[in-house]
Design a protein around this ligand. Structure first.
Ligand code: HEM
Length: 443
């Protein structure tokens, strides 16, 4: 232990500089630091900047909730900025506050409920495609399928009828590169620029049509106003829409990818999921917010999936004023790292942490919400805006498709993690879909 650091109200940590990024080496490094130095660790980065890694449940909550205004987004966000401009995920301070106030009304439960029909349609269309694959005895790249499903859904929720007429006009989805290119390189930045031109043309067309009929995210964003009655400028609008596309599909796609994997691996949980879906969600035409709210096992299943595989596995922040965490001083300019992936798997809070058990979130679980560190959607004022949307989308998808298909995995190997800005599987997960009607044949 480094005593001189402790005396100066600085957490313990290694004497040598440590490089931290958003990559697999960083996960291993943070786990090793925690094992050696405890739940609050101080490191010197090679660039001379101080960084703290916080793995204490109360302090994480304090930082994200009560003290959130003392921090801005941290290292790694410069790269995200290249993609998302100054949209909600990357903006800070007054810019963020104004945008959040303007956008939040689009995400009321009432508004999200109006999108359930689209969620059902997208899931049903996927079911038709998978039926052909199952009938031909072929396999599915479920990782790619989930990316395509979630991307199509968010685009249809944003652009409404214009998705068909403007976005798919050439018979090909011009945003498909988002779900196909896993590398966030310069090429993708250029493609995003092209997409901005396309979005701008849809906006201009709507303005020319001057119609108020549409109900979709685009119309809500276009009519959003701030306290002074001002709307978004064109650039702001484009930043927010690109942010919505990227934020709105990759995380849900990743979670569904893991959910299918876990369903294939855990027969008991899959059977419970199926039983509930057959009881509540059998008739796609009657799926509603009420039936989805009753689907509590589906919710538990997804919450447990997100505990084990939180798509945003590492948060970074930078102190913009002095603060204190535990007994330690946080000087302005200090970088902070928090990891839901590590906290969600800390034995102290989650016994047998690597085991998949949706009952941890069940009605008989003795823990109340908030008792244990759990923050796949973050906490506090910067909490994810799409949390409710994503649970409905994922419950609709799994609830409908689990009734039609039993999936078996083509490989026995545990998927390797790809730890970038989002946690993904390094290689696609390949499954073999079996139509439920044919289940007896495969048993
Ligand atoms: C399983 C699905 C999802 C997960 C796990 C997730 C997770 C998160 C997390 C952790 C953050 C905060 C990041 C940080 O503070 O550094 C965030 C922010 C955000 N998410 Fe999500 N998200 C999901 C789905 C969605 C969807 C479907 C949408 C939109 C429809 C969405 C829209 C946003 C937006 C706009 C923000 C920025 C909020 C702000 O800074 O004010 N997310 N999300």
């Amino acid at each position: 232990m480094n005593l001189s650091k402790h005396e100066s109200r600085e957490p313990p940590g290694p004497d040598e500089p440590v490089a931290l990024g958003v990559d697999p080496e960083t996960l291993a490094c943070l786990q090793a630091l925690q094992a050696e130095f405890g739940n609050v660790v101080s490191v010197d980065k090679p660039n001379g900047r101080k960084a703290y890694f916080i793995n204490d449940a109360d302090e994480v909550r304090k930082l994200l909730v009560k003290h959130h205004s003392r921090y801005k987004k941290g290292p790694g966000f410069e790269r995200v900025k290249m993609l998302l401009g100054n949209g909600l995920i990357v903006s800070d301070g007054e810019t963020w506050r104004r945008s959040r106030r303007m956008i939040q009304p689009a995400f009321t439960r009432q508004n999200i409920h109006r999108l359930i029909g689209l969620m059902v349609e997208c899931a049903e269309e996927r079911a038709s495609m998978w039926e052909k694959v199952a009938a031909a005895g072929e396999t599915l790249d479920i990782t790619q399928e989930m990316s395509d499903f979630a991307l199509e859904l968010i685009l249809r929720c944003i652009f409404g009828a214009d998705y068909e007429t403007h976005i798919l006009h050439a018979g090909e989805n011009p945003f498909a590169f988002l779900s196909k290119d896993s590398e966030r390189d310069l090429r993708i930045v250029l493609q995003v620029r092209e997409s901005r031109n396309l979005i701008m043309s849809v906006i201009n067309d709507r303005r020319a049509r001057n119609t108020e009929e549409e109900f979709d995210f685009l119309s809500m964003y276009m009519s959003a106003t701030d306290k002074a009655g001002e709307g978004f400028s064109d650039d702001e609008l484009l930043d927010e829409l690109v942010t919505l596309i990227v934020a709105g599909y990759e995380t849900s796609a990743g979670t569904l990818n893991w959910a299918w994997y876990l369903a294939a691996r855990n027969q008991d949980a899959e059977a419970k999921l199926l039983a509930e879906a057959r009881k509540l969600l059998q008739d796609a035409a009657t799926i509603s917010q009420e039936t989805l709210a009753e689907a509590v096992y589906g919710q538990q299943f997804l919450e447990e999936t997100l505990r084990l595989y939180p798509p945003v596995w590492l948060f970074s922040r930078r102190a913009i004023e002095d603060d204190a965490l535990q007994d330690y001083d946080v000087a302005e300019g200090t970088d902070i790292y928090l990891s839901p992936y590590i906290l969600h798997r800390t034995e102290e809070y989650w016994p047998n942490p690597d085991h998949f058990d949706p009952d941890r979130f069940g009605p008989d679980c003795p823990h109340k919400k908030g008792d244990r560190p759990y923050f796949p959607f973050s906490l506090g004022p910067r909490r994810c805006l799409g949390e409710y949307f994503s649970f409905l989308e994922m419950k609709v998808h799994l609830g409908l498709l689990i009734q039609r298909f039993h999936m078996t995995l083509e490989s026995d190997q545990e998927p390797e993690l790809d730890l970038g800005i989002n946690l993904r599987t390094k290689n696609s997960i390949i499954v073999r879909p079996h139509l439920r009607a044919q289940e007896s044949e495969i048993a």
